[in-house]
Write a protein that binds this ligand. Structure first.
Ligand code: G3I
Length: 391
């Protein structure tokens, strides 16, 4: 096993390793940060230089006390589930609304958390004024390009210095079921590629880098580590970003979303190998939107209908985390939401749910305990690697 984070284990303590629930630890190893439970995911992750995160729903943050406490205590990096998307920040052309996104960034600052910015170039959740204008021809290609340039520049500039990782481009590669893949694997039907050509992807990275040279710039996608039973999407993403890096385009990392479903099984070794292959290009990697859904009785209670599914759920979560722990360049592991009662899954994949770490009543699930144990083992290994373990 590669004990990748040995060198970062400066803050390892015996209390952390023993999972003492009442003990507290400085958040993410930062003595100025607020104290968090020493057995929290974030405290254990800090012992191995790994940030553990969640997507945050602005509708709950600060107004829902138990929800807010979980976000603060358990996670060291946060992603706005929707608040930084284009339709949220510029609902009316030329008029920005940063309020919800600013709330999250301020919260993160108060709680010693980093922020993943999500997302700048995506076909989904675009403002109506933009999609309507393109559809009816009142926004032509040249103007569309300028609008995108301004959007990337203005949003990255607004948050300059406050975003750790930006998902610059999201989901532009074809899936096995998409009708019009380009020869290099990009999705020929993607809104941006169809309208502006594939060069716009590299341009988005350049524009983001100009606006905030210190932010880490990521490409983010799902099934890009073999989860659909084929490694074709992985290979396309890998080869494309190898080429962009060789051309000097400022790409820093690949985010694998990690949306799994127990009915399809999961090849954990391939997932790890694919993350490692991205890393071998000199890129950082991150698991950015992890959840594992399974069939449930109904969307309200989300009780798994199969005992095997119930056991597969924490297992697959744990395998994704361990893959990240075993790849030195994997810098964060983020769950896509706090609890099952506030997950996108039941509304999108009818009949499924139970995808997150906390149940519909915000109680920690077996998946939470599995991740906590994985992180404790990693912290222990890092601690022993410092020479504190048995000889
Ligand atoms: O904001 C409106 C609100 O005004 C309205 O009353 C309400 C009625 O349904 O809808 C609200 O918009 C919803 C929005 O989330 C904010 O809650 C949309 O209908 C809903 O479609 C949207 O879903 C989001 C989805 O992206 C859209 O594609 C999910 O919350 C979000 O979890 C999901 O996240 C994506 C990542 O960004 C990219 N990767 C896949 C992932 C899961 O789909």
């Amino acid at each position: 096993m590669k004990l990748r984070r040995q060198i970062a284990a400066a803050a390892a303590t015996a209390a952390v390793l023993m999972l003492v629930p009442s003990a507290v630890a400085a958040a993410a190893g930062d003595p100025k940060a607020p104290a968090v439970p020493s057995d929290s995911l974030r405290a254990l992750g800090a012992q191995q230089n790994l940030r553990v995160g969640t997507a945050v729903d602005d509708a709950h943050l600060n107004t829902d006390q138990p929800y807010t406490a979980i976000v603060a205590d358990q996670f060291s990096v946060v992603t706005a589930e929707n608040a930084m998307k284009w339709e949220s920040v510029e609902p009316t052309r030329g008029s920005y609304d940063w309020a919800a996104a600013d709330r999250l960034v301020a919260f993160a600052g108060q709680h010693g958390q980093e922020v993943r910015g999500h997302t700048l170039l995506w076909h989904n959740q675009l403002p109506g004024w933009l999609t309507t204008g393109v559809a009816d021809g009142t926004i032509g290609k040249a103007e569309l390009r300028e609008i995108l340039h301004k959007h990337v520049t203005d949003e990255v500039t607004h948050f300059r210095g406050k975003i750790w990782q930006w998902d610059v481009a999201n989901e532009v590669f074809a899936n096995s079921w998409d009708a019009n893949p380009l020869p290099n694997g990009l999705n020929g039907d993607d809104f941006w590629i169809k309208n502006l050509g594939e060069g716009v992807i590299a341009d988005a990275f350049r524009w983001a880098h100009q606006a905030d040279p210190k932010a880490l710039l990521f490409y983010n996608d799902y099934n890009a580590a073999g989860q659909d039973g084929s490694n074709a999407k992985f290979q396309a993403v890998h080869d494309y970003f190898a080429k962009l890096r060789a051309q000097g385009v400022p790409v820093d990392g690949i985010g694998e979303q990690g949306h799994l479903d127990t009915q399809y099984g999961f090849d954990a070794q391939r997932f790890q190998n694919d993350l490692q292959s991205y890393a071998d290009l000199g890129l950082k990697v991150a698991v950015t939107e992890a959840d594992v859904r399974t069939f449930v009785n109904n969307a309200t209670e989300q009780v798994p209908t199969s005992q095997l599914g119930e056991f597969a759920q924490p297992y697959e979560f744990s395998e994704m985390l361990k893959a990240c722990q075993l790849v030195t360049q994997c810098i964060s592991f983020t769950a896509w939401g706090v609890y099952d009662g506030d997950s996108w899954i039941p509304g999108t994949f009818a009949g499924t749910g139970y995808g997150l770490l906390y149940d519909v009543n915000m109680k920690p699930k077996p998946a939470y305990v599995a991740l906590q144990q994985d992180l404790a083992i990693g912290a222990d290994a890092a601690h022993r690697g410092k020479g504190h373990g048995p000889k």
